[in-house]
Design a protein around this ligand. Structure first.
Ligand code: SAH
Ligand code: AVI
Length: 306
């Protein structure tokens, strides 16, 4: 099946693939979201990284860093600076689907030190993980920002298991996980007053229109989120204001009714039990756990059991 056929089926099932949130504009909007008062995730994770940077680096003794879905690498910069206190040379690889994210990462890190070598790799962490160079040195993989929350259970386990398979015995994975908390706090993080999340969500239509030559009309949709209590997940939707037809270049059409909701992203929130089960089903062993005073967010340092 080619990409257009896959997308067609996905839209028929009222799902827009989350990865299309991130083009140049989407990556910039994500940074804006991170700076809002409501989006507690980034600043909380950053505070944990700051507090435990020394411990994380001592525990992992990383000789190189490899970050999946790096975004702008701002939090990772703290760990890189810590590592460079003890190491003469360090390689950092940013692996991201978004060209803009890679550019932001480079801009953030390029002036740090001549001892830091930066590699930018554009790729899809779902499809391209098996092709990456696993290197010889002791590698610290990073998967921050609770991006794992954007995967359902089956995808999370398959992604982490694949990662576990390519990890050498001496490698570590540092992963950031958003925890269950007051539902209003969670909901407001996805409904910021300045409207960055709304723009971020709607931008997916521009990305899909450009990539697949479709004719979604952004203004015919509203941004909405719900907290699904059974699955402990935010669900982000674009709801159609009108009845509309989406035309594909091959003349196929999809009818969208007024009130139809297209799912653009899930963002799961975990308790200790659910996340530990995912790690254990992915052949990963927890070495260290770090969290903030409110227990809003956790960082786990893991090894492969394979
Ligand atoms: N880790 C950063 C960014 C999180 S946003 C932080 O904590 O702030 C998620 C990042 O993953 C974005 O930079 C996005 O471009 C990237 N991403 C999303 N889907 C991807 C995919 N399938 N493959 C590779 N990168 C992806
Ligand atoms: C990257 N990812 C974990 C973010 C999240 O919180 O699910 C993306 C995001 N979506 C809306 N706001 C931020």
């Amino acid at each position: 099946m080619n990409e257009t056929e896959k997308l067609h089926i996905s839209i028929k099932n009222k799902i827009l693939p989350t990865k299309y949130l991130y083009d140049d504009k989407g990556s910039k909007l994500f940074e804006d979201i991170c700076n809002t008062e409501e989006y507690y995730l980034t600043r909380t994770e950053k505070s944990i990284v700051q507090k435990y940077a020394k411990d994380i680096m001592a525990a992992s003794s990383a000789e190189e860093f490899f970050e999946l879905g790096s975004g702008s690498s701002k939090k990772t910069k703290i760990l890189i600076l810590e590592a460079l206190k003890y190491r003469k040379k360090l390689t950092y690889t940013s692996f991201d689907i978004s060209k803009k994210a890679l550019e932001m990462s480079k801009k953030e890190l390029k002036t740090i030190s001549k001892n830091l070598s930066i590699q930018l790799v554009k790729g899809d962490f779902i499809n391209d993980l098996k092709n990456i160079d696993v290197g010889k040195d002791r590698r610290l993989y990073l998967f921050l920002g609770s991006t794992l929350g954007n995967f359902n259970n089956q995808m999370a386990i398959s992604f982490l298991y694949n990662l576990s398979k390519i990890m050498k015995k001496k490698d570590f994975l540092l992963i950031g996980i958003d925890k269950i908390k007051d539902h209003d706090v969670i909901k407001s993080a996805y409904n910021d007053k300045a409207g960055y999340t709304e723009k971020f969500n709607k931008n997916i239509l521009d990305v899909i229109n450009n990539k697949y030559n479709l004719d979604f009309e952004k203004n015919n949709f509203t941004h909405s989120i719900t907290f699904n209590k059974s699955n402990n997940q935010i669900e982000m939707y674009l709801t159609s204001k009108t009845k509309q037809v989406i035309n594909f270049p091959n003349k196929e059409k999809i009818l969208i009714e007024q009130g139809d909701k297209l799912l653009t992203e899930i963002s799961r929130k975990f308790n200790d039990k659910t996340i530990k089960k995912i790690f254990s089903n992915s052949s990963l062993k927890i070495r260290k756990t770090y969290f903030d005073d409110n227990k809003y967010f956790s960082l786990y340092l893991l090894n492969s059991k394979l």
